[in-house]
Design a protein around this ligand. Structure first.
Ligand code: PEP
Ligand code: MG
Length: 560
C-alpha cells in the first residue's frame, strides 16, 4: 500500500491519529456447530455474552445522552432490553441443552425473533436491524471477532469505514473523532455532510481505506483528499501550517454575505437540528437555509410527538429572530430511510422510488402533523419561517404542497429543485410557490445518473458538470427567489458561479461559511457573472472549473 493514499477531500482541515475501523459483518456460525459436552459452562458463556452486550449498549446510551443525543439513548436503551429478554435467554438455554454450540444457539434463537418481527407488519419489521445488531455484537464476543459498529476507544481516533450511515454517527462523541476516512461515498454522501457539520476533516472514495490496520497512525488532509501513513512530525507540522495559513486569511471574513460591490447574498446554514445552532452562529450564519428535519426522526421507531417536533422547530426559529429559517419537510426514503415510513414495497432503485414529497403524499397525516407543529412553533416569533418540500417533480406536486402548507397556516411555501424535470420547467412551478431552493446534491445525482452513495462515481457527482449548471440557470431565472442548499454552495469558486447564475442565497454546512463569505467579498457581481458564463460555455466539469477560476482572481489569496 503506498505511503500516501489519494481520495476525495470533502471536509477541510488536518488531523493525525490512530485508525479505528468500523468492523464488517459477523459471519454466521456453522449450522452443525456443537459444544464439547459441558452444557452448563456453554450456557453460562452464552448468557454472559448477552448480558455484556446489554450492559455495553446501556453504557453507550448514557454516553449518547451525555453528548446531547437523547434519541441515541432511547434506541440503545431499547436494544439493551431486547438483549436481556427472558424468552430469548430460555431459547438459547434450550438449544445448548440439545448440544448446539453457544454462538450457533444465540444465532438461531435470534433467528426465531427475527422471523416473528419480520412477519409482524411494517412497524415491527423495521426493528429487525436493531435485533441483528444485538445478535452480531453477542456473536462477536463469543467468536472473539472485532465488535461491529462504531469502535470503542480510550483516545481520539481517525474513524475508517466502508461508508458511514447517519445511524452510525448518532452515538459519536465529536471530541473523540479526529477525522473520517471512507472507502465509499462521494462529496454529497452523508459522511461528507456529517463531517462538515461536525467541522471534522474527511476524505471519502479512498480505495482500500478499510485495509488500513487498526492502530496505524495516519495524517488526514481533508482539503487535499490525502491520507498519509505513519507521518513524521515534520509532515504533520507542514500540513498544520498550511491549514493555519488559510485560517488566517479568513479572519476578516465576518458580516453579512455580499459581493465586493455590495450585491447581497444571504449566507445561511444547513442544520440537522438545534444541536447544530452553535456552529451556525459561530460561523456567522444569517439564518438557516436548510433544516433537514429527518434527523429528528432517524433511529425512531415512531414519529416524534407533536410537542417534541414543535420544541425542536421553535428552538431553531428562536435562534434567528431577525433572520429566516427554511425548514424542509421529511425527506424520507433512499439514502435517508426512516423506520416508521417504509416504502410500499421492494424498490430496486430507491433513489428513484418513494422518497421526499412522494412519501409525504403516501403518509399525508405525517406531513400534516409536521406542518401543524411548524405553524405552532412559529406563532409569536419574529423569524421568517419558510417551509419547503424535497423531491418535487412538477407543478402539480408543488401545488399539492402549497395547499397543504396553506391549510396548516404556513405563509411561505417553497420547493426544492433537485429533480432535472423541475429545473427544466421551473417556470411552470414558480407561480405555485414563494421560493425555490436548489438541492445540487440530488440534482447532480439525477442529471448525471450517478448514485451519490457510490464512491466509484464521485467524478460524476460533480456539480461543476456544465449540464448541472445548465439546469440551475432556468431555476434561478424563473421569477422567484432561488437559493442553493446543496453542497455546491460550500465550494468557494462554485458559490461565486452560482451567484453569477442569479442564485439569491447560499446555504451550507456551517464550517464552510467563512471561506465562501471571503470568496464572495473578493469578487464583483460582474466577475461572478463572467465566471458563470465561462463555466457554462465549457465542455467538461474540469474545464468549467478552470474557466470560472480565470475570472475569480481573489481565490488565490484564500489558498483555494
Ligand atoms: C440536496 O440534494 O442537494 C440537498 C440539499 O438535500 P440532501 O442532501 O439532504 O438530499
Ligand atoms: Mg436532496
Amino acid at each position: 500500500m503506498p505511503e500516501v493514499l489519494q481520495g476525495a477531500g470533502v471536509s477541510p482541515g488536518v488531523g493525525a491519529g490512530p485508525v479505528r475501523t468500523i468492523a464488517g459483518a459477523v459471519p454466521e456460525p456453522p449450522a452443525e456447530s456443537r459444544h464439547g459436552g459441558d452444557a452448563e459452562a456453554e450456557r453460562a458463556t452464552a448468557l454472559a455474552a448477552l448480558e455484556a452486550v446489554a450492559a455495553e449498549l446501556e453504557e453507550r446510551g448514557t454516553r449518547a445522552a451525555a453528548v446531547g443525543n437523547p434519541m441515541g439513548e432511547e434506541v440503545l436503551g431499547a436494544q439493551a432490553m431486547m438483549a436481556r429478554d427472558p424468552g430469548l435467554a430460555d431459547d438459547v438455554r434450550a438449544r445448548i441443552d440439545r448440544g448446539t454450540g453457544a454462538a450457533r444457539a444465540v444465532y438461531e434463537a435470534f433467528g426465531v425473533y427475527r422471523d416473528l418481527l419480520a412477519g409482524a407488519g411494517e412497524y415491527m419489521a423495521a426493528r429487525v436491524t436493531d435485533l441483528d445488531d444485538i445478535r452480531d455484537r453477542a456473536l462477536a464476543r463469543l467468536l472473539g471477532l472485532p465488535m461491529p459498529g462504531v469502535p470503542e476507544s480510550d483516545e481520539p481516533f481517525v474513524l475508517v469505514a466502508r461508508d458511514l450511515a447517519p445511524a452510525d454517527t448518532a452515538v459519536l462523541d465529536p471530541a473523540q473523532v479526529i477525522a473520517f476516512v471512507t472507502e465509499e461515498g462521494g462529496p454529497t454522501s452523508h459522511t461528507a455532510i456529517i463531517a462538515r457539520t461536525m467541522g471534522v476533516p474527511a476524505v471519502v472514495a479512498l480505495p482500500g481505506a478499510t485495509s488500513l490496520a487498526d492502530g496505524t497512525r495516519v495524517l488526514v488532509d481533508g482539503a487535499a483528499g490525502t491520507v498519509r501513513r505513519d507521518p513524521s512530525d515534520a509532515d504533520i507540522a507542514a500540513a498544520r501550517a498550511a491549514a493555519a495559513a488559510r485560517a488566517a486569511a479568513l479572519e476578516d471574513s465576518t458580516g453579512p454575505g455580499a459581493t465586493k460591490d455590495g450585491h447581497r447574498v444571504p449566507l445561511l446554514a444547513n442544520i440537522g437540528g438545534p444541536k447544530d445552532l452553535d456552529a451556525a452562529k459561530a460561523n456567522g450564519a444569517e439564518g438557516v437555509g436548510l433544516y433537514r428535519t429527518e434527523f429528528l426522526f432517524l433511529d425512531r421507531q415512531k414519529a416524534p410527538t407533536d410537542e417534541e417536533q414543535e420544541a425542536a422547530y421553535r428552538a431553531v426559529l428562536e435562534a434567528f429572530p431577525e433572520g429566516r429559517v427554511v425548514v424542509r419537510t421529511l425527506d424520507a426514503g433512499a439514502d435517508k430511510p426512516l423506520a416508521f415510513l417504509p416504502p410500499p414495497g421492494e424498490e430496486p432503485n430507491p433513489a428513484l422510488g418513494e422518497r421526499g414529497l412522494r412519501m409525504s403524499r403516501r403518509y399525508p397525516e405525517v406531513l400534516a402533523a409536521q406542518l401543524g407543529a411548524l405553524a405552532r412553533a412559529s406563532a409569536g416569533l419574529t423569524a421568517k419561517l419558510q417551509v419547503m418540500a424535497p423531491m418535487v417533480t412538477d407543478a402539480a406536486e408543488a401545488a399539492y404542497f402549497t395547499a397543504a402548507c396553506r391549510e396548516a397556516g404556513i405563509a411561505h411555501p417553497g420547493v426544492m429543485i433537485e429533480v432535472p424535470a423541475a429545473a427544466l420547467r421551473a417556470r411552470d412551478i414558480a407561480p405555485e410557490v414563494a421560493f425555490f431552493s436548489i438541492g445540487t446534491n440530488d440534482l447532480t445525482q439525477y442529471a448525471c445518473a450517478a448514485d451519490r452513495q457510490i464512491g466509484g462515481l464521485a467524478h460524476l457527482q460533480d456539480p461543476w458538470q456544465p449540464a448541472v449548471l445548465d439546469l440551475i440557470a432556468p431555476a434561478a431565472d424563473a421569477g422567484v427567489p432561488c437559493g442553493v442548499c446543496g453542497e455546491a454552495a460550500a465550494d468557494p469558486a462554485l458559490a461565486c458561479v452560482l451567484v453569477g447564475l442569479g442564485v439569491t442565497s447560499l446555504s451550507m454546512s456551517a464550517p464552510s461559511l467563512p471561506l465562501v463569505r471571503a470568496a464572495l467579498a473578493r469578487h464583483t457581481l460582474d466577475e461572478c457573472r463572467q465566471a458563470a458564463a465561462a463555466a457554462r460555455a465549457a465542455r467538461t466539469a474540469a474545464q468549467a472549473r478552470e474557466a470560472a477560476r480565470a475570472h475569480l482572481p481573489g481565490l488565490a489569496e484564500l489558498g483555494v
